[in-house]
Ligand binder design. Structure first.
Ligand code: NCD
Length: 302
């Protein structure tokens, strides 16, 4: 699972269905089927992470497998060892699957070409974050039913967002229109070239009322995006209480986290019980990662 670009709607829906069937394990602690063999799931996390890393750990444990975590700090990457060499060493220890997050776009794919076990991309630089977009699609499908013909606004630092890129692939494949919204330096017109089903605008207020769902994104300061935004960012692109009143009552609000409260989203908005799907995304994330680990183990065995 390196990206969602070429997955197609049938495969996407089948992963979401599988995750849906695993949801009771996450929500209510229902027992999941005991695996024939306890697999070792390596988690190589070379960028900061709260949700994604814990979510993969919880998912592996819930399936009855053993997560093995290596983070960048304290590893031999600090001594100049390459990503591929690090991954090859973990694979040589007999791991069954390797989940990788790194700042290198294409890093997970590079590793996958060089080691003999299935690789899952948990975020590769600005490129893709497939399991995040799958959990977003799962949340949207649960709230909206079919995504066909729905308009999903993705608002914020699109340029630096792997979450936006993976969502563009997934949501358009499932029939939604993705409306990208952000300040020009963080949303060049070239994004319109993603193809039919993708719209680009720099005017949030102009499209707000057409939304069936709204996904807010963080400004990625670690990718230098802070220099590209003006101090009135919240005024132009924040999901404020005032903007919330202009959304329909059933319009779900998503955010992959971490939130910068008071910048892209106001406190009262993230706390709007009826519309905020932000913690629902996190719960569904575990089920998605369970489905993805299962799938990876099957492909590794095949
Ligand atoms: C995102 C990421 O790391 O790409 N977070 C996540 O995985 N939940 C988005 C972000 O960091 O803003």
């Amino acid at each position: 699972m390196l990206g969602l670009r070429d997955l197609g709607s049938e495969m996407l829906e089948s992963i979401l269905d599988r995750a849906e069937s695993l949801l009771p394990v996450v929500r209510d602690g229902a027992a999941s089927p005991v695996p024939e063999r306890r697999a070792m799931i390596g988690l190589l996390f070379l960028e900061n992470s709260t949700r994604t890393r814990c979510s993969f750990e919880v998912a592996a444990s819930r399936l009855g497998h053993q997560p093995v975590v290596l983070t960048g700090r304290g590893s031999s990457l600090d001594k100049g060892e390459s990503l591929v060499d690090t991954a090859a060493n973990l694979a040589a220890m007999g791991l069954d699957v390797l989940v990788i997050r790194s700042a290198i776009a294409g890093g997970a794919a590079l590793v996958a070409r060089n080691i003999g076990i299935p690789v899952v991309n948990a975020g590769d630089g600005r490129h893709e974050h497939p399991t995040q977009a799958l959990l977003d699609a799962s949340t949207l499908r649960a709230r909206l039913g079919s995504l066909a013909g729905k308009r999903v606004l993705i608002v914020g630092d699109i340029l630096n967002s792997r979450v936006a890129r993976s969502n563009i692939h997934a949501l358009t494949a499932m029939g939604a229109t993705v409306v990208l919204v952000g300040p020009p330096p963080l949303l060049p017109w070239t994004f319109a070239e993603f193809g039919p089903g993708v719209e680009v605008t720099h005017d949030l207020d102009g499209v707000l009322e057409s939304a069936d769902a709204v996904m807010m994104l963080r400004i990625q300061l670690e990718r230098d995006a802070g220099r590209a935004v003006a101090s009135d960012y919240r005024f132009a692109f924040g999901l404020t209480v005032d903007r919330l009143t202009r959304l329909g009552p059933g319009v779900p609000i998503l955010h992959p986290g971490p939130m910068n409260r008071g910048v892209e989203i106001d406190d009262a908005v993230s706390a709007d019980i009826a519309r905020s799907s932000i913690l629902e995304q996190v719960t569904r994330g575990v089920a998605i990662r369970m489905a993805i680990i299962d799938r990876a183990l099957e492909s590794g065995a095949g």
